[in-house]
Design a protein around this ligand. Structure first.
Ligand SMILES: Nc1nc2c(ncn2[C@@H]2O[C@H](COP(=O)(O)OP(=O)(O)OP(=O)(O)O)[C@@H](O)[C@H]2O)c(=O)[nH]1
Ligand SMILES: [K+]
Ligand SMILES: [Mg+2]
Length: 367
């Protein structure tokens, strides 16, 4: 039996099994097995590189990468052509786009790579269409823009989310607060910080044994943690926590009432590429979700250079800023002077570990 068939069989068994106290452990084990099989499915076939030669092996460039994911003909390519200088083919038929098409969005002094991808369909995670390559490309992004057709049924969003879930992408979620460490010996040590609501020692023990992890230390810190969370922690190497912005296109074709309802949902923006409505909101929201920071440098005795920003990620330190300037700069680093929101007084003299804030001005003093 192939991996896909095994997955189907387990999914079927899970559907058949009634959820109650008596079946809880059995269902937990099935979930664990399912997660392992799904990860197997994603392993590249022997000899074939990840997306090599299929047009999906676009190298990363710029300060961040955004992937456009959605069903066919929702307007992904139309959006790419609107916000970048790249023209990706647009047409009324499905699967107009067949490979990954990169474009560059310039915003706030940053260059953001936008990846237009082929449309995906239900079953994509199991390899339907080019689903697996598309989702693998999405997995490399810093933000997923899920482009949705506002005129289509609401289920489309849940269907797409399930496809992304199945390959280990977790949207707008944090890694579960569970500590897990494999050991060479000593058996299993399972501890809870407070009484868990959805987990117990037996459940964790069963799943660990099924994964042949007989020596390890577990500390569940979150009382709301579920079996799925625990499996995510075991499968850590295969999981990716990515932000998602839901972008509803074609609002030129829906009622004002429905538009209002959509616009109020979390992590959601609405637009019409056709009427050129809301496009700048989409870009602004995407920029915010990326949480990038602009840092300006200033040479001693000279005004800061506001024409060119260094772009760093959230929670970056002076060390990260140095790396942006030059790979070896930190080797000759003596101290830095910082003006702006991260400084307690201006200028504050700081070391490499100082965490910077958006729009800080910094002078790096070398030995
Ligand atoms: N009414 C309306 N039509 C739109 C809008 N944006 C795009 N379209 C149309 O939707 C169709 C599909 O657009 P594409 O950009 O090719 O869609 P896609 O998501 O890239 O499609 P695939 O590459 O096939 O997955 C085209 O006929 C567009 O003209 C919009 O805001 N309103
Ligand atoms: K299309
Ligand atoms: Mg397209």
């Amino acid at each position: 039996m192939g991996v896909s068939e095994k997955i189907k069989e387990i999914e079927e068994e899970m559907r058949r099994t009634q959820k109650n106290k008596a079946t809880e452990y059995h269902l937990g084990l099935l979930k664990g097995k399912l997660a392992r099989l799904r990860a197997q499915l994603l392993e590249p076939a022997p000899g074939a590189g990840a997306g090599a030669g299929t047009g999906f092996d676009v190298s990363k460039s710029g300060d961040a990468r955004i992937a456009l994911v959605g069903f066919p003909s929702v307007g992904k390519s139309t959006l790419l052509s609107k916000i970048t200088k790249t023209k990706s083919e647009v047409a009324a038929y499905s699967f107009t786009t067949l490979t990954a098409i990169p474009g560059v969005l310039e915003y706030g002094g940053a260059e953001i790579q936008i990846l237009d991808l082929p449309g995906i369909i239900e079953g994509a995670s199991e390899g339907k269409g080019r689903g697996r390559q598309v989702i693998s490309a999405a997995k490399t992004s810093d933000l997923i823009m899920m482009v949705l057709d506002a005129t289509k049924k609401a289920e489309q969003r849940a269907l797409l989310e399930a496809e992304l879930e199945a390959v280990g992408i977790r949207l707008n979620r944090q890694r579960p607060n569970i500590y897990l460490k494999q050991k060479k010996a000593g058996g299993m040590k399972i501890n809870f910080m407070s009484t868990p609501k959805n987990l117990d020692e037996k459940m964790i023990y069963n799943i660990l044994r099924d994964y042949k992890m007989l020596n390890c230390e577990v500390l569940v810190r979150d009382e709301d943690a579920t079996v799925d969370d625990f499996i995510d922690v075991i499968m850590e190497a295969n999981r990716k926590y990515i932000k998602c912005l839901y972008v509803y296109n074609k609002i030129d074709c829906i009622s004002m009432e429905f538009l209002d309802q959509l616009a109020h949902e979390d992590h959601t923006v609405v637009m019409s590429c056709e009427l050129d409505l809301g496009i700048s909101d989409v870009v602004e929201r995407a920029w915010k979700e990326l949480n990038l920071m602009r840092i300006y440098t200033k040479r001693k005795g000279v005004e800061p250079d506001f024409s060119e920003a260094l772009i760093v990620r959230q929670d970056s330190t002076v060390e990260d800023v140095c790396d942006q300037v030059h790979r070896t700069l930190k080797e000759s680093f003596k101290y830095a002077l910082v003006w702006g929101a991260s400084a307690r007084h201006v200028p504050q003299r700081v070391g490499l570990g100082h965490v910077v804030a958006d729009e800080d001005v910094i002078t790096i003093v070398t030995k």
